[in-house]
Design a protein around this ligand. Structure first.
Ligand SMILES: Nc1nc2c(ncn2[C@@H]2O[C@H](COP(=O)(O)OP(=O)(O)O)[C@@H](O)[C@H]2O)c(=O)[nH]1
Ligand SMILES: [Mg+2]
Length: 388
């Protein structure tokens, strides 16, 4: 479900909180809701709940301003844990970019944790995804309860993959945002590896030294208890709307004696820098303007141009234009082009060039790239494709 708008450099990613019934998924989401500033999140929606049980899913949109130079919109979902809701779980899992597995640390829950993890693995496999290669972090939840299983045992049973682990107490909020940060980081890294998200700009803007997910999330987190109330009190909301968020904070709900430092975040934006891997080229101008699904087309066109294959460049551009125009809706290319207000003469010229690629010259290919950029720019102006 990830989508990316390269012009705005905005990424949308879907993260699913998975785990057995009553492990603390809904509580985790509520805690994130309470802790993140209202300006950075939408309303939490629980779709069809019966008492305390999630029957369909919970949903919370969260915005993280900058990860390197990309804004990130996270759509956080929980699944119903009860065994018989597998059809719903599959639906919610569709298009997920990452999973936080919320395990109940109590000894009596070990079997249901194991079953749920296996169920996750099977459901992902149906989508053609291997859990081993999927962004995943583990929440060992309910650590505040006495006589929970030692972490080593949970790890041995549930985390042979060595996914990042976090001891959490969703009711107090301990560790919850650390897990969220970790999965966000993994998801961005994964999307970068798939080249859905562009690599960071080589020279970060000097005016935003604290940019990065760490810094962003740390804004929402108290580093000292005295900052806590300020960070989470939603000024514009009435207690009737959000009674808990007016009074509850991540730190002051921690059990007495729980170290506040558990929730502290040190802004180390450099740790977020995902370096461009060897062999990855810098973005060319057409690629930089391309909507997510046309990223590879634009790259192919630019690669052909740089390597002197002008005919191939024109063919790739024509293909990109055809697909780009289709985003405007039904109809002929002429109609689609008209709707987007791309230059009709330019479109005709590109069509002409694509019919005689054998004699293509460098300026023909450059023109084709220029026209692709024109179309991408029009799409961006029109807000197409619409992101979920
Ligand atoms: N003590 C303790 N209780 C928790 C914790 N997380 C959740 N719970 C409780 O466990 C029950 C089930 O939680 P819920 O979030 O609805 O589970 P879900 O089915 O995974 O969504 C609720 O009564 C929560 O208050 C935790 O970290 N510690
Ligand atoms: Mg629930």
């Amino acid at each position: 479900m990830s989508s990316v708008n390269l012009l705005a450099r905005e990424v949308a990613a879907k993260i699913v909180f998975y785990g057995p019934g009553l492990s603390g998924k809904t509580t985790t989401l509520r805690k994130i809701y309470e802790t993140v500033r209202p300006a950075h999140r939408g309303e939490m929606m629980s779709i069809a709940t019966e008492g305390d049980r999630t029957l369909f899913f919970d949903f919370l949109p969260v915005k993280v301003e900058r990860v390197n130079d990309c804004s990130v919109r996270l759509a956080l979902y929980t699944v119903p844990g009860q065994v018989f809701y597998n059809a719903t779980r599959k639906l919610v899992l569709q298009g997920a970019d990452g999973v936080v597995f919320v395990a109940d640390s109590q000894p009596e829950a070990l079997d249901s944790n194991r079953e749920s993890l296996q169920n996750l693995e099977e459901n992902l496999l149906e989508q053609g995804i291997r859990l081993d290669r999927f962004p995943l972090v583990m929440q060992w939840n309910k650590r505040d309860i006495e006589n929970v299983l030692p972490v080593e045992q949970l790890r041995a049973t549930l985390n042979a993959r060595g996914a990042p682990e976090f001891e959490t107490s969703a009711t107090s909020g301990r560790g919850v945002l650390d897990a969220l940060k970790a999965i966000t980081r993994l998801v961005i890294k994964d999307l970068r590896a798939k080249r859905i998200v562009p690599p960071p700009r080589p020279t970060p803007s000097p005016v935003s030294p604290g940019a990065g997910l760490e810094a962003q999330l740390s804004q929402h987190l108290p580093t000292r208890p005295s900052q806590t109330m300020q960070a989470v009190q939603p000024p514009a909301m009435t207690p009737r709307q959000h009674p808990s968020s007016m009074t509850v904070t991540a730190v002051n709900t921690a059990p007495a004696g729980a170290p506040a430092s558990r929730m502290e975040v040190t802004p180390t934006s450099s740790s977020m820098a995902v370096p461009r891997t060897a062999g990855q080229r810098a973005l060319g101008p057409a690629t930089a303007l391309a909507p997510g699904e046309l990223f590879d087309h634009a790259r192919a066109a630019e690669a052909a141009f740089t390597s002197g294959q002008y005919g191939a460049c024109i063919t790739a551009c024509m293909d990109a234009v055809r697909r780009a125009l289709a985003l405007a809706g039904e109809g002929s290319m002429a109609q689609q082009g008209f709707l987007l207000r791309v230059d009709g003469t330019d479109l005709l010229r590109l069509q002409g060039l694509s019919n005689r690629v054998d004699t293509a010259r460098v300026d023909d290919a450059a023109f084709a790239l220029y026209f692709v950029m024109q179309v991408f720019t029009r799409l961006n102006t029109a807000g197409l494709p619409e992101t979920a």
